[in-house]
Design a protein around this ligand. Structure first.
Ligand SMILES: Nc1ncnc2c1ncn2[C@@H]1O[C@H](COP(=O)(O)OP(=O)(O)OP(=O)(O)O)[C@@H](O)[C@H]1O
Ligand SMILES: [Mg+2]
Length: 327
C-alpha cells in the first residue's frame, strides 16, 4: 500500500489493551506522517504524559504545541473542550468559565456519563474541520484502552438516539458521520503477540465493525522478537555446547572481532534459546490473529532499549513504513 493511501484518513485512532504500546505506536505513526510532509497533531486523552516524553517535550496542554518539527502534541481535557464548545457555539466566553469549572463538569458528566466522551470527540471534529486553532493534515488520537474506547466511540450514537431533534442531535450525527466515513477516520489496534491481548483484539474488532461501524486496520503486532536463529540453529548450537566443542564457537566469534570466554558463550547461548523459544510462541499466537481477522497485520520489532525515546520511536516508524509498503 502506498503511504498516501495509508495516510488518507485525517483521523487515526490508536487503541488496544493496556500497556501494549499504544502511545509508542501513536508516536511512531506521527513520525511516519511527518516524514511524509504532513502537519501532525497527536492528542492524548489519558493525561498520562507518556507521549510528550517520547518527543523530549516536558509537558503539553490543551493548545497544540510543536514537540518536534511538524509534530504537535496536545492533551484533550473535557473541561477545556466544553469551554471551547460554548465559546464557538454560543459565544459564551466569559460566562463559560462558571460552567466549565471542574466541579461543574464533574457534576454534568456524572449526570450524563457519555458527555465527557462527546466533548473529546467534538474537539477532534473541530481539529478535523480546522474550525479552531492550527490546521493539521493528520490527527492521531492516543485513545483509551480498548474497553473504554468502545464506550468512547459509541457515545455520539447514544446521544443521537437520546436526543431526537435540535442542535445536539445534529452535532451528535456529525460525529457519527465522521467516525463512520473510512475516508475520514480509522482505528488501528495495537496488540502484543500473546494470548490475552490477541483474543481481546479480535473481540474489539468485531464490536468496532458491527456496532460502531468504523474502518479498522492494519493491526500492529508490537514487540515481536527478531528471527535471528531458527530452532534448527539452536539445536546445532546446543550440540556444540554439549560436545564441549567450544573452540568452534570462540573461533567463529573471533572471526567477527569478538573475544569471548566460555562463560560469555554459555550466557549468550541461554539468551539465544530464550529469544528463539519466545519467538516461536509469538509466531503461534500471531497465526491465531491472522486467522481471526481480514485486516492486514504489521509486525513491529521488540526494541532492546530501556525506556523508549525518539530513536526507538523512529525505528518503529521505519518498520511501519516497511510493513505498509508490503501490504
Ligand atoms: N516495540 C517495543 N519494544 C520494546 N519496548 C516497547 C515497545 N513498545 C512499547 N514498549 C515499552 O512498553 C511500555 C508500554 O508502552 P506504551 O506506553 O506505549 O503502552 P500503552 O499501551 O500506551 O500503555 P498504557 O495502556 O499505559 O497507556 C513502555 O515502557 C514502552 O517503552
Ligand atoms: Mg499510553
Amino acid at each position: 500500500m502506498h503511504l498516501d493511501e495509508f495516510l488518507a484518513p485525517k483521523i487515526l485512532i490508536v487503541s488496544g489493551k493496556g500497556g501494549v504500546g499504544k502511545t509508542t505506536v501513536a508516536a511512531a505513526l506521527a513520525v511516519v506522517a511527518a516524514r511524509h510532509g504532513h502537519r501532525v497533531c497527536i492528542a492524548e486523552v489519558d493525561r498520562k504524559g507518556t507521549m510528550p516524553k517520547l518527543f523530549g517535550a516536558t509537558d503539553i496542554d490543551y493548545k497544540p504545541r510543536e514537540m518536534s518539527p511538524g509534530i504537535y502534541g496536545m492533551s484533550i481535557v473535557p473541561d477545556e473542550a466544553l469551554a471551547e464548545y460554548l465559546d464557538v457555539q454560543y459565544h459564551m466566553k466569559r460566562v463559560s468559565r462558571v460552567f466549565t469549572s471542574s466541579h461543574f463538569v464533574d457534576y454534568i458528566t456524572a449526570t450524563a456519563p457519555g458527555l465527557k466522551d462527546i466533548l473529546v470527540l467534538g474537539k477532534i471534529w473541530y481539529l478535523e474541520q480546522g474550525r479552531t486553532g492550527p490546521q493539521f493534515d493528520t490527527i492521531i488520537l492516543d485513545a483509551p484502552a480498548a474497553g473504554h474506547m468502545l464506550t468512547f466511540l459509541s457515545a455520539p450514537m447514544g446521544l443521537s438516539d437520546a436526543v431526537r431533534a435540535g442542535p445536539l442531535h445534529r452535532q451528535a450525527d456529525w460525529l457519527v458521520q465522521m467516525l463512520r466515513d473510512p475516508r475520514r477516520a480509522r482505528v488501528h489496534l495495537v496488540t502484543l503477540a500473546e494470548e490475552m491481548p490477541i483474543s481481546e483484539t479480535l473481540e474489539t474488532m468485531e464490536v468496532l465493525h458491527n456496532r460502531i461501524q468504523i474502518d479498522t486496520g492494519p493491526v500492529f503486532a508490537n514487540a515481536v522478537y527478531p528471527a535471528h536463529l531458527t530452532t534448527a540453529d539452536v539445536k546445532r548450537m546446543d550440540e556444540i555446547l554439549d560436545d564441549g566443542a567450544l573452540d568452534e564457537l570462540t573461533t567463529a566469534a573471533e572471526a567477527v572481532g569478538l573475544r569471548l570466554e566460555d562463560e560469555d558463550l554459555q550466557a549468550l547461548a541461554g539468551y539465544a534459546r530464550f529469544i528463539t523459544a519466545r519467538r516461536a510462541i509469538q509466531v503461534k499466537h500471531l497465526r491465531k490473529l491472522k486467522q481471526g481477522t481480514q485486516d492486514p497485520i504489521v509486525e513491529l520489532p521488540f526494541l532492546f532499549t530501556a525506556g523508549l525515546a525518539l530513536p526507538g520511536v523512529e525505528e518503529i516508524a521505519d518498520s511501519i513504513e516497511e510493513g505498509v509498503a508490503k501490504l
